[in-house]
Design a protein around this ligand. Structure first.
Ligand code: KG4
Ligand code: ZN
Length: 345
């Protein structure tokens, strides 16, 4: 008999399930992405997302069990992300998790998706992730946390407008590069000059842990299409110009993220930084974080690349909650809205 849990993730546009043992070894990690469904719209369409979760969840759970070698009877708990996210999407995962928990008579453990992104930084490493400052940087979130333990996260601040990943997605649309924006901009930027355009870096002089990316996005838009009211001619969007804009945009995002992390570390008097979420897959960002560590001596734990974008392996957080007796009832509900300021035991 194995001692494993099944984690389910359906908060946005990936349907995912993973089987994880008590030592946080990921025995299987299945992700069915919906990128192809949302691509024509340049962003996630909530109604399409929840319908796709409904179709895919059972096959994804089946596959996760098969690939792990575990049987339903081996499961010690069912873990599911209930916040934050799209209400319809979250409900599909939670309903499935409740059904499994009831049928198998095992505990239901609910987790916060954003906190799970941070917990993922401790996977596949022997290093202790807590306490730390945490940055979750994805399509839906750009949040800074004080992370005291796996079950105590305090939101310090976040973006006041677009999430960094959202800015990547919108700029990719402006540059006609496709969706999702992060990987295509990173690829285009490889042939570009990050100093070609001096794009704005907002909020750097603001001592608060707040970020902003909408001014940067607008600056890119005006560079590509021209400034409204200006008669200045806009150069054609050649491949080289596109690459230069992509590289300069990426450099601006990375610069802001790294400097805001550095500020939060200093203010919070922490020596360790956790970075998770889809944008943490970005290679330029990862090496800038390594430089930050070298420069300041603080320890930086970045989520392993395969656990940056949405997945259920980060549901390993469920073990930390289960071990502390933090189990949910069958009356658990989803919390689609904004991230709570404080989550403690
Ligand atoms: O964590 P995630 O899968 O979903 C949310 O919780 O939002 O993050 C998706 C976001 C998208 O905005 C995508 O453009 C961005 O992460 N992303 C990247 C990269 N890979 C994904 N951004 C920059 N560079 C990347 N390599
Ligand atoms: Zn996410």
């Amino acid at each position: 008999m194995k001692d494993v849990l099944l984690a389910i993730e359906s908060s946005c546009d990936e349907t995912a399930a993973a089987v994880i043992d008590r030592n946080r070894n990921i025995l299987s990690n299945v992700v069915a992405t919906q990128i192809e469904l949302h691509e024509p719209f340049g962003g996630v369409v909530p109604e399409i997302a929840s319908r796709a979760h409904l179709e895919r969840l059972v096959p994804v759970v089946d596959r996760a069990l098969r690939e792990s070698g575990a049987e339903l009877g081996d499961l010690s708990a069912i873990v599911v992300a209930i916040e934050p996210g799209l209400v319809g999407s979250l409900l599909v995962g939670l309903s499935a998790a409740k059904a499994l928990s009831l049928a198998l008579d095992v505990p239901l453990v609910t987790i916060n998706h954003v906190e799970a992104h941070l917990y993922a930084c401790g996977l596949e490493t022997d290093r202790e992730p807590f306490p730390a400052i945490g940055l979750v940087v994805s399509g839906g979130h750009t949040n800074l946390y004080d992370c005291r333990s796996p079950v105590e996260f305090e939101l310090l601040g976040s973006t006041i407008d677009d999430a960094a990943g959202e800015a990547f997605d919108k700029v990719a649309q402006i540059l006609e590069l496709g969706f999702p924006g992060g990987p295509v901009i990173e690829a285009a930027a490889r042939n570009g000059d990050p100093k070609a355009f001096a794009f704005p870096r907002s909020m750097l002089n603001d001592p608060r842990p707040l970020l902003s990316f909408s001014g940067l996005k607008t600056a890119v838009l005006y560079t590509v299409r021209g400034t409204p009211g200006s008669s200045a001619e806009v150069p054609p969007l050649t491949d080289q110009r596109r690459a230069d804009i992509a590289a300069s945009f990426q450099a601006a995002v990375v610069d802001v993220l790294v400097r805001k992390c550095e500020q939060a570390l200093r203010q919070g008097n922490r020596q360790r930084l956790l970075v998770g979420g889809g944008v943490a897959a970005n290679g330029v960002f990862r090496s800038a974080l390594a430089d930050l560590s070298g420069r300041t001596g603080c320890e930086v734990l970045i989520s392993p690349k395969e656990y940056c974008t949405d997945n259920a392996a980060m549901g390993a957080l469920g073990w930390a909650r289960l071990e502390r007796g933090l189990v949910a009832g069958l009356d658990a509900d989803v919390v689609p809205g904004l991230v709570r300021k404080k989550s403690t035991e």
